[in-house]
Design a binder for this molecule. Structure first.
Ligand code: ATP
Ligand code: MG
Length: 326
């Protein structure tokens, strides 16, 4: 189980941190993937762009290879059971731990005018999304690690107090470290809602991709072999590792180690490889976004599959809590 907020354009971080693994999981697992439209309201209260954003998340997921026939691809708000589970889990979540959450502190700093209770309880709603399907594997990027730990805590508290209903959910990347795709300015991660010019979107036109990459921070280069790599250069190598061939990567690593690297050439190569990577996804997503009937069919079928599992879980939850009086 996993989700992506409908807060804007999907980017390389969403792809390599999340969607790529959704696609790898879809043949082997029972999968639930959702557009986290309710979560987007915690930071994006204006809903003018909500519908196109929801459509975009769906279309871009499918364009990346997610097959709505194989998985349940649905909208968070279409599953009313989520709200019910969220309510019960809120009684097991403590103000202190919620206030200490890194994402809460970050978002509260960025939007001091809108530090709402939904933002504070974001990890509780996320736990409800996951536990509703009694999911165990949650394909997410590095930024979500702390939230998953909280989901496990809420699950364990519930089980301890009311009896075993939930398995423990874990962040999942096929046994590898979780991924963080860095932003091109070397500050933080690529993101839908921040750092727009330092983020490569799956919808960026070829020239925009080239422009963004050519502007990525570099320096004059190492002056002698064996110079430690600054983190903003490491970031460029990381992006190259994601989209370029091993030969290309090895050539530039070797140039770096011999202190003969030319960052201009490296960025040009990276830009071309990035264009080749993004273009087919962009074109496919655009076609899907224009097919309103297909998007609707996906959402309806996805919600139906998800509701079936949710209803089973909620029966167990109500029973365990003792909400059965006759
Ligand atoms: P927002 O800025 O609106 O929060 P976001 O880019 O952080 O958007 P989310 O919808 O919060 O995207 O996250 C969707 C998925 O993408 C999560 O699994 C998250 O871990 C992953 N993800 C987001 N950004 C990155 C990144 N830069 N690198 C790796 N994974 C990422
Ligand atoms: Mg986010």
């Amino acid at each position: 189980m996993s989700g992506i907020r409908s807060t804007g354009f999907l980017h390389l971080g969403n792809y390599f941190g999340a969607i790529r693994n959704y696609v790898r999981m879809q043949d082997e697992y029972e999968c639930y993937f959702m557009v986290a439209d309710v979560h987007s309201l915690t930071t994006h209260p204006d809903t003018k762009e909500l519908k196109p954003n929801v459509h975009r998340v769906l279309a871009e997921n499918v364009a990346c290879g997610l097959d709505p026939e194989k998985v349940a691809l649905y909208c968070q708000s279409h599953l009313y059971e989520t709200g019910e589970l969220y309510m019960y889990l809120n009684m097991l979540a403590y103000k202190g731990e919620l206030e200490k959450t890194t994402t809460f502190k970050d978002k509260a700093r960025q939007h001091p005018e809108n530090v709402n209770a939904g933002l504070l309880t974001y990890p509780v709603l996320q736990a409800a999304d996951i536990l509703l399907h009694r999911a165990t594997l949650v394909p997410v990027g590095k930024d979500q690690e702390q939230h998953l730990e909280m989901s496990r805590n809420f699950a364990n508290r519930f089980n301890h107090r009311y009896g075993d209903v939930f398995p423990e959910p874990y962040a999942f990347n096929f046994g590898e470290q979780l991924i963080k795709v860095p932003s091109l300015d070397g500050k933080g991660k690529m993101s839908k809602s921040e750092n727009q010019y330092a983020t490569i979107y799956l919808s960026d036109e070829d020239d925009m991709i080239r422009k963004k990459i050519m502007k990525a921070k570099t320096d004059a280069g190492p002056t002698e072999p064996g110079t430690p790599m600054p983190d903003y250069i490491e970031n460029i190598f990381l992006l190259m590792k994601l989209v370029s061939s091993n030969e290309v990567l090895d050539k530039f690593l070797d140039d770096y180690n011999r202190a003969v690297i030319r960052y201009g050439d490296m960025k040009k190569q990276l830009a071309e490889d990035m264009v080749v990577f993004v273009r087919p996804i962009r074109e496919k997503a655009e076609a899907i976004r224009n097919d309103q009937k297909y998007l609707r069919d996906i959402m309806e079928a996805g919600a139906e599959k998800a509701r079936k599992r949710a209803a089973e879980t909620m029966e167990k939850v109500r029973e365990a809590i003792g909400l059965k009086y006759y």
